[in-house]
Design a protein around this ligand. Structure first.
Ligand SMILES: C[S@@+](CC[C@H](N)C(=O)[O-])C[C@H]1O[C@@H](n2cnc3c(N)ncnc32)[C@H](O)[C@@H]1O
Length: 267
């Protein structure tokens, strides 16, 4: 990999210190607990990823994190490669897959500069990754470059506006005059996290056809997980308890954080 820009180094440091999903691990290597918690809170992943559709296909997963979905590609008998900027995440993914008895092709690599030739993959999958990288349009161009013509991209990026964004705005933005987007940029996971409207995604996916998008709730939108260290006071515990999940599910659908995108590389 070429020398890394300081902004991206911050992103890498963040995920090396706390590989994605660490909070769902019950023991350091309890990957089953991680998978159970992940798929219980985000059941739409199976419908979106369509792991079984990839049997025999060449798949690239960009940003494997702790490797739950990467393992599903292997179980589905895809020829799956995976990359992540964070060496700690790649190490966890490798450990997880080897424990499950699979061989891996996992590399530390940058989504903005993928180490693969043009037209290499039938399917490129990336779940919750590209908005963390400083140059998200470049990640999309790279995904398109390595896809074969007619190949499919399945990408999740963070959506604007969202309930998570609104909560971060109330917590960090409101009194400091920050916008919803800036509150997410500064306070959601790694520094510099971006969010996109459906119209913006349409522009980002120039060069793709058959674009489909769906907004879904993240676990954070519905406060489904335990409050993190930042939200431990009695006030926040009360918010978690009283949060009107049923109402939000019913009326807040357009305010989900996760934007699920499928698109085909034009020939
Ligand atoms: C929110 S986690 C998602 C991980 C996994 N896809 C999941 O759903 O659990 C974001 C991941 O993106 C990775 N990432 C961020 N920027 C990246 C880049 N430029 N290239 C590759 N991976 C990147 C991080 O290291 C981290 O593992």
């Amino acid at each position: 990999m070429n020398p890394i820009a300081p902004q991206k180094e911050e992103v890498r440091k963040f995920w090396n210190a706390d590989p994605c999903g660490t909070r769902y691990l019950e023991g350091k290597e309890d990957f089953d607990a991680h998978a159970r918690a992940r798929y219980a809170r985000e059941p739409y992943i199976f419908d979106f990823a369509q792991f079984q559709s990839a049997r025999g296909l060449k798949v690239l997963e960009i940003g494997v994190g702790m490797g739950a979905d990467y393992l599903e590609w292997l179980k589905a008998e895809a020829q799956a490669s995976g990359v992540d900027l964070s060496a700690a995440s790649i190490e966890r993914s490798r450990q997880r897959c080897e424990q499950a008895g699979y061989q891996t092709d996992l590399r530390v690599a940058d989504a903005e500069q993928l180490p693969f030739p043009d037209d290499s993959f039938d399917l490129v999958y990336s779940y919750g990754v590209m908005h963390h990288s400083p140059n998200t349009p470049q990640c999309i161009r790279e995904a398109r470059r390595v896809l074969k013509p007619g190949g499919q991209a399945r990408i999740m990026v963070y959506h604007h506006p969202s309930i998570t964004g609104a909560m971060l705005w109330l917590r960090y933005g409101f009194l400091r005059g920050k916008s919803l987007r800036q509150s997410v940029f500064d306070h959601l996971e790694s520094p510099g996290t971006k969010t996109y409207t459906c119209d913006q995604v349409q522009q980002l996916l120039d060069g793709f056809r058959d674009l489909e998008m769906r907004v879904v709730f993240s676990p954070g939108d519905l406060l489904l997980h335990q409050p993190s260290e930042r939200f431990q006071s009695g006030f926040y515990r009360l918010v978690w308890k009283l949060f009107p999940r049923a109402l939000v599910r019913q009326f807040g659908r357009r305010w989900g954080l996760f934007l699920l995108i499928t698109a085909t590389k034009a020939s």
